[in-house]
Design a protein around this ligand. Sequence first.
Ligand SMILES: C=C1C[C@]23C[C@H]1CC[C@H]2[C@]1(C)CCC[C@@](C)(C(=O)O)[C@H]1[C@@H]3C(=O)O
Ligand SMILES: O=C(O)CCC(=O)C(=O)O
Ligand SMILES: [Fe+2]
Length: 358
Amino acid sequence: MPTFSSLSDDSSLSKIPSQFIWPDHERPTLDSPELHVPPIDLKSSISDDPVALSDTCRLLNQVCRKHGFFVVVNHGVDAELISKAHEFMDLFFGMKLEEKQRAGRKVGELCGYANSFIGRFSCKLPWKETLSFRYSAHAHSSTLVEDYFASALGEELRSSGKLYQQYCDAMSKVSLTIMELLGMSLGVGREYFRNFFEENESIMRLNYYPPCQTPGQTLGTGPHCDPTSLTILHQDHVHGLQVFVDQQWHSIPPNPQAFVVNIGDTFTALSNGMYKSCLHRAVVNEESVRKSLAFFLCPNEDKVVSPPSCLVDEKNPRIFPDFRWPTLLEFSQKHYRADDKTLEAFSNWLFQTTLSTD
Ligand SMILES: C=C1C[C@]23C[C@H]1CC[C@H]2[C@]1(C)CCC[C@@](C)(C(=O)O)[C@H]1[C@@H]3C(=O)O
Ligand SMILES: O=C(O)CCC(=O)C(=O)O
Ligand SMILES: [Fe+2]
């Protein structure tokens, strides 16, 4: 069981605390088929080969309109860097609970160590531990991550912070390349979204899913769409990520050489609803720990999330209001548990909030 504190102990009735037991209709099923999406070769897509570029943009348009999930290979990120990032997770999450809780996430805040999410939710708790921190692509924020590690985890872990600074720099670079391709696939041009996310202020999350005695009763991460713009996820060799496509959960086969990428709510708003925010979840198993590295691309706080005018016309009227990312983040942290309706709920909340302050 994840290293949890103060849980009500009715475990006499089941092997895991009742707060982690999900309703029957949300529990994982054993018959999830694998989802095979042709991987996008990042290097050849942005080479001078017009055929490769055209094929990639066509595939992106097809899968992003359908479910918002794709896979990238030949991404250029150093395998050693990825391996070291996973190694740190074994070190950190293997620490004693009191050591991890030195970086404990405070209610309403995003950064820090969390387990059981008992402080945030009263039921359907995710079977995982997480460590989340912020990243900024601004040139003057080049020590943001290492400074966080040193202050929250101790000076002796500053070097691990440097490692994750490098990892996030690599994720930001891959994200911007993907934004070029997404821009071209939507017909808005190569630079539009790249420029929008150039100085991104993103979120890095380490997910650690301990084995569970009754994996069919719980979920590592519940069904949701990421409220962010784009998620670049590296899962280890253990199955767990599932995507909801054609009215069925599909398992994503692990591929250590690949990153799995999904569109988030904020990019759905930027695309005026044309690209879907991917509905996904993570299941756990009885035998082994599962880990994933999730980089959540977010625009900086000054950017107004509003679709380019070429994506709005009489056939495609505006769907979502203008907003800034920090407002949606605050909504997801303080007012709403992210699910597959976050953007709709946020739009209504924004409208109500605006009405009540007018
Ligand atoms: C902005 C964020 C909130 C969450 C982490 C990032 C992007 C994904 C969000 C989350 C994973 C969606 C499912 C619910 C959640 C509470 C979780 O299981 O961790 C979400 C994250 C969060 O609010 O901490
Ligand atoms: O661990 C995974 O595979 C998915 C995690 C996830 O969806 C998230 O952290 O938002
Ligand atoms: Fe997610």
